[in-house]
Design a protein around this ligand. Structure first.
Ligand SMILES: [Zn+2]
Length: 115
């Protein structure tokens, strides 16, 4: 191994390798320390692990949008009465909404007959 001149103590040394464990988002990093004064001369490795970041963000996104989607469905179910009232309020202005309401009414009457 070639000797490297230490910027701190100006001596030519073979740097001592100090391995730092990689985390979730970066690989193992090697710190090259000066054997004389112990300063970090340079580092190698420690690249960002992009595929892990993509994996984590994918899982996080799935969880967020999965729960978000479920909340939307539940909220729509709980607020269907209010949504219907809003649609009723718009009935005068838009005929299509009125047709929608008639469609919902017909669905409801079908359900009523089943019971
Ligand atoms: Zn040194």
């Amino acid at each position: 191994m070639d000797k490297v001149k230490c910027k701190s103590c100006q001596s030519n040394v073979i740097p001592r390798l100090w391995v730092m464990n990689g985390g979730w988002f970066h690989y193992r990093r090697n710190q090259h320390l000066c054997v004389i004064c112990g300063v970090v001369m340079y580092e190698s490795g420690g690249e960002v692990a992009f595929e892990r970041i993509w994996l984590v963000s994918g899982v996080v996104g799935l969880v967020i949008f999965g729960i978000g989607g479920a909340i939307l469905v539940v909220a729509a179910y709980l607020l269907k009465g209010k949504i219907r009232k809003v649609l009723q309020g718009l009935e005068d202005k838009k005929e299509i909404k009125g047709k929608f309401l008639k469609y919902f009414d017909s669905l409801r009457s079908i359900k009523g007959k089943e019971k």
